[in-house]
Design a protein around this ligand. Structure first.
Ligand code: C2E
Ligand code: MG
Ligand code: MG
Length: 281
């Protein structure tokens, strides 16, 4: 049974898709070794005239349950690939991260569709990384065939929100991921909790051992960023670096972030505590 509220929201979402009232926001991810832009994550936004701003955490699962997810995914991906072209025309050749519902991976021809969309717009497939979160009903291991097809096409695969939910070490070993994103839950108190810092460090080492790039999400403070850099994390993303931006905000952000990064690194303060050597590897 679907509630009246959900029904209203679903109806609104369908109209927003038809009337072009959804938009994508783009959050920069930077390399922790040199502060350079590594990629941007595309995040869907829906500002409804009546309902206000609605979180994708609310409407994406609804779209998944009620048959709208394919349409939403295709609209979002097309918009994001077009945006890539526009940035490239402005001289920026970056990588895109795009969130995919595990449901879409049920379809074995989904990788072909994504490849066709890239080809149609002449976006090289190696500029695209798909971010996946495991749903409660769908262990990612069941989707091995689809995931492998993406990798054969040169498309990257990131496991999102790692460490909470259902992601397991077994999956990391078996599935062809290229990147691991540490959930912000661990990033949050890492500077003040030795245990959290140790968990983050262990995840980083494990991922590196498996040949994966490690991104920390939800970086909100300077101590978090500096600690992650110290622990060997490759990439960081979060409000401290940049909020999700509208397409025309990205270039101005890039211009000012370089200077901010140099100031950050120049004034690198002592960490609030030192992670014991034996944990540092
Ligand atoms: P996610 O992929 O893990 O995306 C990260 C979420 O954390 C985003 O929320 C982002 O705005 C937020 N965030 C970024 N930096 C910080 C920070 O420093 N602190 C905090 N507290 N939050 C931060 P958002 O945009 O509301 O998206 C929520 C989730 O909805 C995403 O989680 C993703 O799973 C899903 N989602 C978003 N856009 C899409 C989409 O186009 N397609 C699909 N299938 N799912 C999407
Ligand atoms: Mg994501
Ligand atoms: Mg995430």
């Amino acid at each position: 049974m679907i509630s009246q509220a959900d029904l209203g929201m679903l109806d609104g979402l369908e109209r927003a898709l038809i009337n072009g009232r959804l938009r994508m926001a783009y959050q920069p991810k930077i390399s922790l070794s040199d502060g350079r832009l590594r990629r941007v994550e595309a995040l869907v936004r829906w500002d409804d005239p009546e309902l206000g701003a609605i979180s994708p955490a609310r409407f994406v699962p609804l779209a998944e349950r009620h048959g709208l997810i394919d349409e939403l995914t295709q609209w979002g991906l097309r918009t994001t690939l077009r945006q890539w072209l526009s940035w490239r025309e402005q001289g920026l050749d970056t990588c895109l991260a795009f969130n995919i519902s595990a449901l879409s991976l049920d379809q074995l021809d989904f990788p072909d569709l994504v490849e066709r969309m890239c080809r149609a717009l002449e976006v090289p497939t190696d500029r695209l990384v798909l971010e996946l979160t495991e749903g409660a009903t769908q262990p990612l291991v069941k989707l091995m065939d689809t995931l492998t097809r993406f990798r054969i096409k040169g498309i990257g695969l990131a496991i999102d929100d790692f460490g909470v939910g259902y992601s397991t070490l077994m999956q990391l070993r078996q599935l062809p991921f290229t990147e691991l994103k540490i959930d912000r839950f661990f990033v949050d108190d890492a500077p003040s909790s030795k245990d959290s810092a140790l968990i983050v460090k262990s995840i980083i080492d494990l991922a590196h051992g498996l040949g994966l790039t490690v991104t920390a999400e939800g970086v909100e403070t300077e101590p978090q960023l500096l600690l992650l850099r110290d622990l060997g994390c490759d990439v960081a993303q979060g409000f401290f670096i940049a909020e999700p931006l509208s397409p025309d905000q990205l270039m101005p952000w890039l211009d000012q972030f370089e200077e901010r990064w140099h100031q950050l690194i120049r004034s690198e303060p002592q960490l609030p505590f030192k992670v014991p050597r034996r944990y540092m590897g």
